[in-house]
Design a protein around this ligand. Structure first.
Ligand code: UDX
Length: 432
């Protein structure tokens, strides 16, 4: 099929490349000409393991094209995916849909034959209805369908999550688009992906409900970890113990420093804001948002105690600063709360991250990037393991602390407490 992905961010580029790898003709459109030229030279502007190989392969066999001409690309395509950003509006908790509606207006001028317009970006409940109204201004209803097809891609695992999805959700209000969308996904369905066809609004809500539930699960285990710390229990035993119940499931029960990223924080706020428009109070999601927000402060109190309330001039190292491993994404990373706070308290901070230095940390006083683990930990008072990169899993701390034994605060529970303590380190972790 001929597809057009509008927006070449995490969602549009990954989905477009993977669709082309399934044999479709795909045009990825972006208004940023530099980005388009970069992609045409086989350079991928986002950190996603395995993506650049797929871009080069499919660009070479001409199934994948890049363009900044939206009109021409839409005219040539049968299915148009809207994959532009839907960030949280500044100073509010609702999603900013201006990019989505602008693209819908552009598309409405190029409907030369029947087309399916798909929202793949995470869009609030009823956005499809609004897009339909925009398109209807210039086109008769029978010349297009508006469909919701939310993505469930995790950064760092996006290609895997696209290729082996737990489920494909299509929200459509008409038979013609339902049939076409199902045939688009047939290669994945035939490999075992579950296929759910539902009404459009339901599909829009499934996305938000899914992310909000995952955020709730993480926040739940983070709060149980607080209780475990006060009662000498290992939270990992609780995660396993409850996760063995098939109704709960063992995934997303790893206690950590607070969830971050471009989705959970944004989507939890957006679903609360949407519900309020319908006079519904999602009190549980609200409490998740608050609990997660307070978590960084809770861990900072822990750091203060670990350093005997003497943070000033203490040398603190962060190993990893991104919101999780296998990504370069800093959006809503808990390090963006902790590092400025510790800097204000007079700490001298070094950080190392496998994806390099971060512009978000450049302007903060007494914070510097170092390009190796060795340099990061030497002469440190406290080493904080913030992000669970594989690079950090087998560090030989003993050999790195010849002159001075630093304290280790493992915020991802990647080390064995006994092993580290037997090497003579003071060791703290989460819920253990
Ligand atoms: C998430 C959803 O998983 C994905 O389905 C959706 O399409 C987009 O949002 P992503 O934000 O990329 O994906 O990352 P994810 O792996 O879900 O982690 C989100 C946050 O939760 C990270 O900060 C991570 O460190 C944290 N997390 C995750 C935990 O603290 N514990 C866990 O067990 C899992």
């Amino acid at each position: 099929m001929k597809l057009c992905m509008i927006g070449t961010g995490y969602v549009g580029l990954v989905s477009g490349v993977c669709f082309s790898d399934l044999g479709n003709d795909v045009i990825c459109v972006d208004k940023d000409l530099d980005k388009i030229q970069l992609l045409q030279n086989g350079k991928v502007p986002i950190y996603e393991p395995g993506l650049s190989e797929l871009v080069i392969k499919n660009y070479k066999n001409k199934r994948l094209k890049f363009s900044n001409d939206l009109k021409k690309s839409v005219i040539e395509s049968d299915i148009i995916f809207i994959c532009v950003g839907t960030p949280t509006k500044k100073g509010s908790s609702s999603a900013d849909l201006s990019q989505v509606y602008n693209v819908a207006k552009e598309i409405s001028k190029s409907i030369n034959k029947y087309k399916i317009i798909v929202t793949k970006s995470t869009v609030p409940l009823t956005t499809g209805d609004e897009i339909e109204k925009i398109l209807q201004k210039k086109n008769k209803k029978n010349k297009f369908s508006v469909v919701s097809n939310p993505e469930f891609l995790r950064e760092g695992e996006a290609i895997r999550d696209f290729t082996y999805p737990d489920r494909i959700v299509i929200g459509s209000n008409d038979k013609r688009s339902s049939k076409l969308m199902k045939s688009l996904y047939n290669p994945l369905i035939s490999k075992g992906a579950q296929f759910l066809l539902t009404q459009r609004r339901a599909a829009e809500l499934i996305k938000y409900a899914s992310n909000s539930f995952l955020a709730t699960k993480i926040t739940f285990i983070n709060e149980i970890a607080n209780l475990c710390e006060q009662t000498g229990i290992n939270v990992e035993d609780i995660s396993i113990g409850i996760g063995l119940d098939k109704r709960i499931g063992g995934r997303f029960l790893r206690a950590g420093p607070a969830y971050g990223g471009s989705c959970f924080p944004k989507d939890t706020k957006a679903i609360v804001s949407t519900a309020e428009k319908f006079k519904i109070n999602l009190s549980l999601v609200k409490s998740v948002i608050k609990s997660n927000k307070d978590r960084s402060k809770l861990l900072l109190n822990r750091i203060n105690k670990i350093l005997n309330k003497k943070i000033r001039n203490k040398k603190i190292t962060f190993l990893g600063v991104t919101f999780k491993a296998n990504t370069d994404d800093m959006r809503d990373s808990s390090s963006l709360v902790m590092i400025p706070f510790l800097s204000k308290k007079g700490a001298l901070i070094k950080y190392y991250d496998p994806t390099g230095s971060k512009k978000e940390l450049e302007k903060i006083k007494n914070v510097s990037y170092v390009d190796s683990i060795k340099k990061a930990v030497e002469s440190s008072d406290l080493v904080i393991l913030h992000t669970e990169w594989n690079d950090f899993k087998s560090i030989n701390f003993k050999s790195l602390s010849k002159r001075k034994k630093f304290i280790i605060y493992d915020m991802r529970n990647i080390y064995s407490p006994n092993k580290i303590k037997n090497q003579g380190f003071k060791y703290f972790s989460i819920g253990r």
